[in-house]
Design a protein around this ligand. Structure first.
Ligand code: NAP
Length: 485
């Protein structure tokens, strides 16, 4: 283990093509959540290092913006190939620092590569317009230009693919970047620097800094050379970044928290719904922004669904992500475990019943049993708050309108799912749910071809799809007059 991954396990920051330590020499420890052991360190950089990374991105932008779409497309294709050539090594690194199973890590790395390939294709399609002119002697042209150096801040739950959705469109559009990965999972982020080097992407186009979130974040927000902030993480931090970015009127795109509902109607295929529920709940040990937070099940199928969901949850193999066949790894840290315990205590104090699980796993550390709670009610904490753990609360409902109203009763609006075999109901419910993404009879819906993102307090902008490059481009209107026509 880790022999191949060593090549990508960079314990330094990439600034202007050089791997460097923090000015102070300070470091942050990186811990393997499966066993609590230290994997290594990364620099604890701050304002000064970030300012230098921004200067490097600004300098690189002066030439990078002049590259052709075809050249950038080729760079991204090469980057895709380098990622896939090293899929296993990158997946091992990801599992070691994040905890998810090797199957999920390999999937995430392939997903990163798929986003890069998608944006290699989109790079060549950033069309403008030639608009019919209202003046006989003038022509009206609209072009698209890269916004400039961008800043990307990403979370620990998808430390590779969340950067793919930002670095991919940035390069495609002709932007340079300064990226800051999460402190708990910095190696998968730093690996993008090593991958970019191997793919021949010019120095300064991608800069990676790790360290103090507030110092780095403030410099990225306040420095006028940065033209756009793209953030994936909690709604709380996202709101703060939006306020700070307002000082220099930067573009912002925000992929924030979710509170996904999963509705099962009487006419649903229950086995299919349970299969979807397991995927939509326990992926990454429940630590994804699109993980189901609340199950709403119609009275006629409620008991059958709960029984089958509990059985399937109980069958999940829990263990270190590096072990064969493991389906659920540890949670990211002790705090995450305590949060799940609080949700369970709150639910049981208010009449909820633990059907399966409910405790820390016998493996110890931050492993937790896949848990199903029935008798959930809107008074319980998970009605409003993101669980981010392997806990599936099931609410019972009678009427379609009631379920849609409950599903919408949240400030979040990222992903939602529902299961029905009635076509009319499928359209009614799909149109009634106030969410950015809807899975109908599907529990896993993310793909590079489709726009990922939320409404309400789940964020702004979209990643993936043809929409995913929009935020990296400025629109320029050119009026050419005096043509004497
Ligand atoms: P988080 O605490 O908001 O952290 C995310 C990133 O923001 C990390 O890199 C963190 O750095 C940084 N950060 C923290 N405080 C900051 C500050 N004051 N200024 C600048 N940066 C700062 O979120 P998380 O706990 O890592 O991730 C879980 C959240 O992400 C959940 O709410 C989840 O729903 C959301 N998420 C959303 C999506 C989506 O696409 N919508 C996808 C995945 C996750 P440090 O690590 O150094 O603290």
């Amino acid at each position: 283990m880790l022999q191949k991954a060593n090549a990508f396990m960079k314990q330094a920051n990439l600034i202007d093509g050089a791997w460097v330590d923090a000015d102070s020499g300070a470091t942050i420890d990186v811990i393997n959540p499966a066993n609590g052991q230290k994997l290594g360190t990364v620099p604890k950089s701050g304002k000064a290092e970030t300012a230098r990374a921004i200067d490097a991105a600004h300098k690189a932008f002066q030439t990078f913006r002049k590259t052709t779409a075809n050249e950038r497309s080729k760079m991204l294709r090469k980057l895709h190939d380098v990622i896939m050539d090293n899929q296993l090594a990158l997946a091992e690194l990801l599992t070691l620092e994040q905890g998810k199973s090797m199957a999920e890590s390999k999937g995430e790395i392939a997903f990163s590569a798929a986003y890069v390939l998608w944006f290699a294709e989109e790079a060549r399609r950033t069309y403008g317009d030639v608009v019919p002119s209202p003046w006989a002697d003038r022509r009206v042209i609209v072009t698209r230009e890269p916004v400039g150096p961008i800043a990307a801040i990403t979370p620990w739950n998808f430390p590779s693919s969340m950067l793919a959705r930002k670095i991919g469109p940035a390069i495609a559009a002709g932007c340079t970047s300064v990226v800051k990965p999460a402190s708990q999972t910095p190696y998968s982020g730093l690996a993008w620097g090593a991958l970019a080097e191997e793919a021949g992407i010019p120095k300064g186009v991608i800069n990676v800094v790790t360290g103090s979130a507030s110092e780095i974040g403030d410099e990225l927000c306040y420095n006028p050379l940065i033209k756009k902030i793209t953030f994936t993480g909690s709604t709380e931090v996202g709101k703060m970044l939006m306020e700070k970015a307002a000082k220099t009127v930067k573009k912002v795109s925000m992929e924030l928290g979710g509170n996904a509902p999963f509705l099962v109607f009487d006419d649903a295929d229950i086995d299919r719904a349970v299969e979807g529920a397991i995927a939509a709940k326990y992926r990454n040990s429940g630590q994804t922004c699109v993980c189901t937070n609340r199950f709403f099940v119609q009275a006629g199928v409620h008991d059958e669904f709960v029984e089958k969901l509990a059985k399937a949850s109980n069958n999940l193999k829990v263990g270190p992500g590096t072990e064969d066949g493991v389906q659920q790894g540890p949670l990211i840290d002790e705090k995450a475990v305590e949060k799940v315990e609080e949700f369970i205590a709150d639910a049981t104090a208010n009449g909820g019943k633990v059907v399966t699980g409910g405790h820390r796993h016998a493996l110890g550390g931050s492993f937790f049993e896949p848990t199903v709670i029935s008798g959930a009610t809107p008074k319980m904490k998970f009605m409003k708050e993101e669980i981010f753990g392997p806990l599936a609360p099931v609410f019972r409902f009678e009427k379609e309108e009631e379920a849609v109203a409950l599903a919408n009763d949240t400030e979040f609006g990222l992903a939602c799912y529902f299961y029905t075999s009635d076509l009319g109901r499928a359209f009614r419910v799909m149109e009634g749910l106030k969410y950015g993404m809807v899975g109908v009879n599907e529990g896993i819906i993310t793909t590079p071809e489709a726009p990922f993102g939320g409404v309400k307090e789940s964020g702004l902008g979209r990643e993936g799809g043809h929409q995913g490059i929009e935020d990296y481009l400025d629109t320029k209107y050119v009026c050419i007059g005096g043509l004497g026509l």
